[in-house]
Design a protein around this ligand. Structure first.
Ligand code: FNR
Length: 186
């Protein structure tokens, strides 16, 4: 049997009706059999503070770090807030990056999808996130880029993705599966 890679999916929105969570769910459903995707929740992570991260870090920090550490790769699906990454996602990235020298992110192949009801598709957030991933040593898939503009129109009332949108998401996931295989941490 060929290898199956576990992928941590981190969604940058806490909103109940989040478009990005719908996108993440669609990507999970379209993943090739070589990937097993799990959405890792970030909403209960206290704002990062080194003072509370010394002797006994918050349980939520520890659980999050363990989930990222256990994954073979990471997939970010995020909205754009004020042309950048939502604070809740940046917080999760910071939590996962500490303690110093023990980052949970290092060396794991990754990819970024941004989705917005606006026309630009979260380009600013997508690329600000990539800046952090360079520092965190996450080899990040370059192509296909995924700036999903007008993304509010992609789903029906039940949250099912449209047939028009599916082929691009499928292409993206197939490319990501190849990327994970190519850049897996050994
Ligand atoms: C936004 N939104 C937004 N959209 C965008 O395309 N570029 C932006 O810079 C911003 N800035 C921004 C700031 C803040 C504080 C909020 C709350 C929203 C709109 C955003 O794309 C929209 O609310 C999405 O629906 C958020 O994604 P989810 O929650 O649907 O996944």
């Amino acid at each position: 049997m060929s290898q199956v890679y576990t992928i941590a999916v981190v969604v940058g929105s806490l909103r109940k009706d989040s478009i990005n969570r719908k996108v993440a769910r669609a990507l999970v459903a379209l993943a090739p059999s070589s990937l097993k995707l799990n959405i890792v929740e970030i909403g209960d992570l206290p704002l990062y503070n080194e003072d509370i991260d010394i002797d006994s870090p918050p349980a939520a920090y520890t659980a999050f770090r363990q989930q990222i550490s256990a994954a073979d790769g990471v997939l970010f699906v995020t909205p754009e807030y004020n042309r950048s990454v939502p604070g809740v996602l940046k917080n999760a990235i910071d939590v996962g990056s500490r303690p110093y020298g023990k980052s949970a992110w290092g060396g794991k192949p990754g990819a970024v999808v941004s989705a917005s009801p606006g026309a630009i598709g979260g380009f600013g957030a997508n690329h600000h996130l990539r800046q952090s991933l360079v520092f965190l040593n996450v080899p990040c898939m370059q192509q296909p880029e995924a700036y999903l503009g007008n993304a509010g129109t992609f789903f029906d009332a039940a949250g099912t993705v449209s047939e028009q949108t599916k082929p691009f998401l499928q292409t993206f996931m197939n490319a990501f599966a190849a990327w994970v295989e190519q850049h897996k941490k050994v």
